[in-house]
Structure formats: C-alpha cells, structure tokens
Design a protein around this ligand. Structure first.
Ligand code: GDP
Length: 309
C-alpha cells in the first residue's frame, strides 16, 4: 500500500485527507523549517529499512487572512520559503516521485488582466497586503518547475481560491474572512453586541470548500502532470456582504451589522478561470457555499471549546 505523507496534516486542507493511505503530519512532530529534521521524517519506520513515502501532499504553510499577511510579513516570508524549499528538496532526495504543493490565488499579480489563469503567476508584483507570502509561494512554483526539468519528477502545484471549512483557524485578527466572521458572529450573538465587518463588504471572492479541495487534489496527485499549476476554483464570485448575509442567517444573529471603513478591503476581486480543472473533470460537483457554510458553522458551534481560535 502506498503511504502518502500529508504536511500540515491537521490543518484546514490537510485534515481532509483521511484513511489508512495517509499520514497526517503535524507541526508538533517535525519543524519543517529545519532541514536536519527531515531525515527522520522521510524514513517511514527506521533508518535501516530505507523505506520512504509513496507521495507527498504538501499543505503545511504559515498562513493567515488579510490581517495576518499584513502584520507578519517577515515571518510569512521566512517560514514559507524554508518550509517549501526543505519539503520539496527532501522529497527529491528521498526518491519520492509524486508531490503536490499548495499555492494560493494571492500569488497572482495585483495588476493583471482577469480572469486569472495558470500562465499569469509571474507577470507583475502581487498586492502589497500579502506580497511577502505571495513571493514565497511563487518560489515554490519556480522550484517545482526546476525539479521537473532537471530531475524529471512528477511534482506539481495546485492554486485553490479562498478555502473554508471545518478545522480552520478561527482567530479573529489573523484568520481568513469566513472563520473570522463565524467567530465574530458567535461572540456578537452571545454578548448582544454589533457584528463588525472589515471594509465595505463590496470585495468579491471565490470560496471553495475544503472537502472539495481534498477530492480534487487526490485526482491531481495521480493524474495531472503539467509544468503549470492547476487552479482549483468554482469560478463563482460572491461579495463579502453576501457571505455575511448567509452567516448571519445560519447563525440566527438578529443584532446590528456594521461595516468598518477604517479596516482594509484588500484586493477588490481576483476572479479565476477554472477551465483547466473543468476540462479534466467536467462532472465534478462543487459543494454549494450555503451547504459548506452550514456544515462548518454546525461543527464550529459544537466544537467551540477545542477549536483553533
Ligand atoms: P484575502 O482573500 O487574501 O484578502 O483574505 P481574507 O480571507 O482575509 O479576505 C479578506 C476580505 O474579507 C477583505 O475584503 C476584507 O475586507 C473582508 N473582511 C471582512 N471582515 C473580515 C474579517 O473579520 N477578517 C478578514 N480576514 N477579512 C474580513
């Protein structure tokens, strides 16, 4: 049986790879920034057997929403450059033929013709709010292309749009918009205070459910073998204001909703073109946002004491 190493194994995406084929590595077990810890990681049992993983799904990253990206640029750059460089190089060194690496739509240039397609990653500087993170992820793309070319390995990247779902980090200051809003709405409901939204509510995003990302990635691991990354997206834009509306309804919040114009809007929109994944998987059914949010909120409410927040 092929054993697949999943880095970031209990995170938003990594936790969705379940079953005996997977080993979900957590940050407590190995500091991926430290190359000398990789030997122990890449030998499955002990060093005498020389057994390594059948494949690697590399989800581990220092991530955050708009706040985290703006507040911790140095850390976001260093941690991600080190993690990606080490994981990809170690996979090569230990003879692993198949690897999928996670990028993000924020790798794309700020000023670029929409929709975003896989060939536009390096055409200009990313948005200033997340440039450190974006450049570190762009380097993973460069590394993967270089390894494909020099070593002939089947390594590739996926570019998901805004992911949400259970097991997210619900940190209010540094989390992504969906988990932050769910957590803020919960507090506003419990304390009878207004729900504060950052910015104007007008920016548009494309949300994808973490379970869908995992299913698509399983397909990519065994079936996709191109130099260019592949975008994982519904290509359906929705405004932050509409997302707020759904969360408020599902959480039965009756209080006031305030849009705080002193907080940043970030990029206005970043619509992506999902033609490539649609071409390969024309019948794939994405989870509707309403259904995914409902599951996420139910999970959040019943696990409130133990979640990352
Ligand atoms: P981005 O897609 O990389 O910008 O990441 P986010 O998931 O952080 O989404 C940011 C968008 O949601 C921006 O338009 C924010 O203004 C808006 N937003 C509204 N309220 C919040 C909030 O509480 N937290 C975050 N992170 N974003 C919020």
């Amino acid at each position: 049986m092929r054993k697949i190493l999943v880095t970031g194994g209990n995170g938003l995406v990594g936790s969705q790879f379940v079953g005996e084929n997977y080993y979900n590595l957590t940050s407590k077990e190995c500091d991926l920034k430290n190359i000398s810890q990789m030997d122990d990681l890449f030998y499955i049992n002990d060093k005498n057997t020389f057994q390594t993983w059948g494949a690697v799904i590399h989800c581990a990253a220092k991530v955050g929403g708009l706040g985290g990206n703006m507040n911790y640029k140095g850390e976001f750059f260093y941690d991600n450059i080190m993690i990606n460089t080490n994981v990809i190089e170690s996979a090569r060194k230990y003879g692993i033929e198949h690897l999928v690496c996670f990028l993000s739509t924020c790798v794309f240039p700020d000023n670029v013709e929409y929709p975003l397609t896989e060939d536009k990653i390096h055409l200009g500087p990313p948005h200033f709010s997340n440039d450190a993170y974006a450049y570190s992820k762009r380097m993973a793309d460069v590394q993967i292309r270089a390894y494909r070319e020099q070593y002939g390995l089947n390594y590739k990247s996926v570019i998901p749009t805004n992911i949400y779902g259970i097991n997210d980090n619900f940190d209010i200051e540094n989390g992504h918009v969906v988990p932050s809003l769910i957590h803020k709405c919960y507090i506003a409901r419990e304390t009878n205070t207004p729900l504060m939204i950052w910015g104007s509510g007008k920016p548009l995003r494309e949300f994808i459910y973490n379970k869908d990302v995992a299913k698509l990635t399983e397909w990519v691991l065994d079936n996709y073998n191109e130099d260019e990354p592949i975008i994982l997206s519904t290509s359906e834009e929705i405004s932050i204001k509409e997302v707020v509306g759904v969360i408020v309804e599902l959480m039965d919040f009756k209080g006031e909703v305030i849009y705080d114009k002193n907080k940043p809007d970030g990029q206005f929109r970043k619509p992506s073109d999902n033609s490539k994944i649609k071409h390969y998987l024309p019948n794939f059914k994405f989870t509707p946002l309403y259904d995914g949010l409902k599951e996420t909120i139910e999970w959040f409410e019943s696990n409130y004491d133990n979640i990352r927040k």
